[in-house]
Design a binder for this molecule. Structure first.
Ligand SMILES: Nc1ncnc2c1ncn2[C@@H]1O[C@H](COP(=O)(O)OP(=O)(O)OP(=O)(O)O)[C@@H](O)[C@H]1O
Ligand SMILES: [Mg+2]
Length: 149
């Protein structure tokens, strides 16, 4: 498509961030983001994917509280620039469930789409997403390693 999907803030490579720093980074990414944009957040349980989603949403202009869509799989919010979809595929059981949650329409929409556990979508995750990986920092529970772009 030739569009530049990666906002400037995402081109930061490998960062070691406290929770406050991670939230600040996410807010700036959200503020710099424009639809349509799919951000895929990978990382083990508890590495901060939802924390980062909350910060991105805040920066993007979502006024509501953003909560983990663990059971619903998808939460939708409104923001000045576009709708926002927060999808958590951790509990996805089947390709059929992905279809039933409206995946195909969501990824084709003019929205900001934030996906936790994106690997669960397999080849139905569009290749033009922005990948962000979060990792634990060995021996340091207060920081995370963030790999972007
Ligand atoms: N530097 C940091 N960045 C983000 N979260 C941190 C950091 N340090 C500690 N934390 C804590 O780690 C936890 C991250 O939880 P969060 O729900 O965001 O993770 P998650 O990756 O979404 O997990 P899950 O896979 O269960 O959805 C929070 O309790 C947060 O306070
Ligand atoms: Mg989460």
């Amino acid at each position: 498509m030739g569009r530049h999907l990666v906002p400037p803030r995402a081109k930061r490579g490998r960062l070691l961030l406290s929770e406050a720093e991670l939230r600040a980074w996410g807010e700036k990414l959200g503020a710099a983001s424009a639809p349509p944009l799919i951000i895929a957040l990978s990382g083990e349980l508890g590495t901060g994917k939802t924390t980062l989603v909350q910060a991105i949403c805040r920066g993007y202009g979502v006024a509501e509280d953003v909560t983990s869509p663990t059971y619903a799989l998808v939460h939708q919010y409104s923001a000045p620039k576009s709708p926002v979809y927060h999808i958590d595929l951790y509990r996805l059981d089947s390709a059929e469930q992905l279809t039933n949650l409206g995946w195909d329409d969501i990824i084709a929409s003019d929205a900001l789409i934030l996906v936790e556990w994106p690997d669960r979508a397999g080849d139905r995750l569009p290749s033009n997403h922005v990948p962000i990986d979060l990792e634990y920092a060995p021996g340091d529970e207060a920081h995370r390693i963030l790999l972007a772009g």
